[in-house]
Design a protein around this ligand. Sequence first.
Ligand code: AHR
Length: 500
Amino acid sequence: MAKLYVNAKNRLGKINKEIYGHFSEHLGRCIYEGIYVGENSNIPNVNGMRTDVVEALKKLNIPVLRWPGGCFADEYHWKDGIGPKEKRKKMINTHWGGVVEDNSFGTHEFFELIKQLGCDAYINGNLGSGTVQEMSEWVEYMTFNGISPMADLRKENGNEEPWEVKYFGVGNENWGCGGNMRPEHYGNEYRRYQTYVRNYDPKKPIYKIACGANIDDYLWTEGVLATCTDTYGRKAKDFMNGLSLHYYTVPGTWEKKGSATDFDEKTYYVTLKKTLYMDTLIKNHGAIMDKYDPDKKIGLIIDEWGNWFDVEPGTNPGFLYQQNTMRDAIVAGINLNLFNKHCDRVKMANIAQMVNVLQSVILTDGDQMLLTPTYHVFDMYKYHQDAELLESSIDTEMIGLEDDNMVPNLCESVSIDKDGIINITITNLSATESYPVESIILEKVVNSVNAEIVTGNMKDYNDFDNTEKVMKESFNDINVNGNSLSFTIPACSVLHIAVK
Ligand code: AHR
């Protein structure tokens, strides 16, 4: 029997709701088709945003959405995406499939989308191929409430009031697609560009995010933070509020990543083992950050994470469209538990990407839409948003098929919300074994328990012929005895228990 201990009195810090953030890029069918179909589409929409997708996303309480990229961000010139649509510039999306980008979804459309979703904006600026002036004017256009060339232009385009830009990324992957820079060079460019990301409304200061490392590029983290520390006594925290990290789970190599649906048990465990590497990355980048920022003022912003597989056969390789199985649900469960547990440093995370690209929560096909197993995990974990992390631990054993790809069988995180409800999320990583668990909640009188689960075979997925193969179900087999909860967690499952 695996014991799960929860100490209801030991609160370890706030789990920022932004950990449950999403990412939407002008890539494949994410924005166009997946979210935005235009006002004249036959697909039901409100101001061009498809109603089915927006309604489903609203149920997840999405806190923040990152846009417009990704690699696209460092080639995006925002002025191409404003004004009358018929006059907007058409361009080639060189990064993603070489398709025509007609700029019909631009700044105004993005703010319409986040208004409909009820979430905050995370705009990613162009440092790679844009100018300081261009970035600075975008911020002025979006946020200045007064008379100025950019504010006047916004008003001419129909928006009298400014919008709130809560988060602003100064470049994306500038070690790669965002300009192939070295850390010191980027650090200097960052310092310059961010100077002109003005806080026009002092009551709503913009949270500035510097481009952080690719996976385990610790020299990047060190180099950027060192460059943002100077002899005038200024520290990195004086220039940035957040530093990003990108890490995707790729079971194979970048050339042959592996199929999203056709994989064996060995590859399943390799995928989970590689996902757990996120823990090492957070600790190691966190240790470097601690050196430059011991008070943890700078958030680690994991603004791209998730599974990256080969594209579905027959689809455009540049569109990164992949299916989503129970394996993805397990990967989501592991990552989200890790982010919760590292909430002292991880202040935001954005799964890549929201619809039709990489590890999506929603897939669409014409006017059809389905919810992926990953969607249901986000639906069950949403209760952790802005709750307080509680001390918890679970007994584990190592499982797997190969010595060097063993993983713990269970992982968990626990929080307490403002009403005193304790939310426990547990992931069973085993493809085949269920486990009895006894959960002991210390310092809490248990009045009632409610649970839900996503479970199935590791290769189960929803498609347009059967959109409900993997669903969230209620889980009633919990035996409550005082403050002890006993149950058996099924193989390959993600479980959420709410304790009142
Ligand atoms: O999410 C797809 C791409 O992955 C993003 O555009 C880029 O930032 C990363 O390499």
